[in-house]
Design a protein around this ligand. Sequence first.
Ligand code: PRX
Length: 634
Amino acid sequence: MTDSYAAMYRRSIDDPDGFWAEQARRIDWERPFDQVCDTSHPPFARWFVGGRTNLCHNAVDRHAATRPGDAALIWVSSEVGQERVYTFSELQAEVEVMAAILAGQGVRAGDRVLIYLPMIPEAAFAMLACARLGAVHSVVFGGFASHALANRIDDAEPVLIVSADAGSRNGRIVPYKPLLDEAIRLAAHKPAKVLMIDRGLSPFGRVADRDLDHAALRERLWGTRVPCEWLPSDAISYTLYTSGTTGRPKGVQRDVGGHAVALATSMALIYDGRAGETFFSTSDIGWVVGHSYIVYGPLIAGMATLMYEGTPVSPDAAVWWRLVEQYRVTVMFSAPTAVRVLKKQDPACLTRHDLSSLRALFLAGEPLDEPTARWIADAIGKPVIDNYWQTETGWPILTLARGVEPAAPKFGSPGVPMPGYRVQLLDEQTGAVLEAPNQKGLLAIAYPLPPGCMQTVWRDDERFVRTYWSSVPGRQVYSTFDWALRDEDGYYFILGRSDDVINVAGHRLGTREIEECIAGHPAVAEVAVVGVADALKGQVAMAFAVLKDPARAATPQAALALEGEILKRVDQQLGAVARPSRVRFVQLLPKTRSGKLLRRAIQAVCEQRDPGDLITLDDPAALQQIRELVAGAG
Ligand code: PRX
């Protein structure tokens, strides 16, 4: 294999077939592929055509066969005070019994199974069981509430939902079942079965003939052998919903073979994770980082994966570092917001434990500011590596290939393009490629995307083409919707989104979905939601609403009460994760003469920046009122 980043990257671009055929040896194939990449129907790409494989086999069975007693899944909950280590052979047994339960309910290859679970081992068992059967899993983040869940149920049309009585956050029980029942009531599609995992945290009612008892079925079916279903490389492994510019989330759809090869490649070339070691990602299975780097990536690489339920500061800010010491974690993956949370705690918590096993800390999901990066790098004395990517790509676009050569990070930059990504910066107006350094452009990727990236939008090829491949005039390139620049050394710097997606504590949210929820309140005539810079969370959502009857917010008390009502509505429908930090009431919203809402101008004013000349306001008073509200907020 190649021994420098530059040579490795060059080869992936100049000889993609040779490069990826070599990478594909990292996984087992039941039938070898005939063609590395079918590019006959751009912008669609099919990877490892003719090959047959299985994600669960590669993540679990092949390791259980050779190293049955090695740790595979380490589950730690600081919420309920439990820790449990599953070896590869125990993990296989758990996945097989889960697969037997699903198959017993009629789940077959191609069927969708929706997973709405907290961070418990059964979440990983359920995902891997689907992969085993060839069923398509669709995990919905546990922080989403009934309305958001109902939308996703209607889009995925699952035959079965796996859920639990409750999660726990900061020591507070968060019941899941009432939200799920309400979501199914709201949804047009009614799943035939709900498999309920009872953690004994929150009593719940059961719907006869629909709700199944996981513990009883597990006991009955324990020991059943369920072979892995060998699947065509381009079969669908999962869908995961993500936000864009419309209120309707997109089901990002991924394949089997390309996904497995891309993750295996990233584990080796980027994260430098080795079989037998422990990988610790602090994300959640409801997000793409959880899919790629809690469940599939580390296990495919033969590593133990540490799955953690809890916050970084409970019982104290040393908890993660205790786990690093105890389980000899070699690679850790978190988000900048978590680091900013730790920064507020007692610094001694970071040095109390032996971190000698740790080689590097990777951070992703939102911009990593230089002070945060420097602080954590100094505090733990390890390289801190930023990595930039998206739900759509499934693995890093830009970072440093630490498994190839130990390049030094540049503060403020996630790094350089990863193998197979033909990264370009484009002029927003003309679509021309910006070749000279230090110019701001739209970050785009030329066709074809490397393996592991989204195949399409679930059941909506047209939306895939229109949304991602049609935003640059005259050129069919994939748009990330991020601004970026590249310096003289080829390092990229991410400068923010070009669309209405916001990033709150590393959680990607669509402002339109929040707007639709608020606009449904009977008092609201019109609303704009924007992302505003925040020192801790990166961004927070702020809502500005015009009321049908302004008298509803005539006094400060009335305004506060109405704001509370609206925030509660967001909590109940979308989940607290989407709750704006404030809802302010205004007489009118800033718009262009053609009626287009000027969200970017509102955002600039909220951040006390000059809204610039991007505005051709219909009525300048609108922006002035927001300016006064923000100035008076203190
Ligand atoms: O705007 C970029 C930002 O998060 C978006 C993708 O979010 P999501 O689909 O949730 O995937 C997260 C996978 C890590 C991007 O379009 N983003 C992600 N990572 C970074 C980032 N912005 C700056 N620096 C990063 N490292």
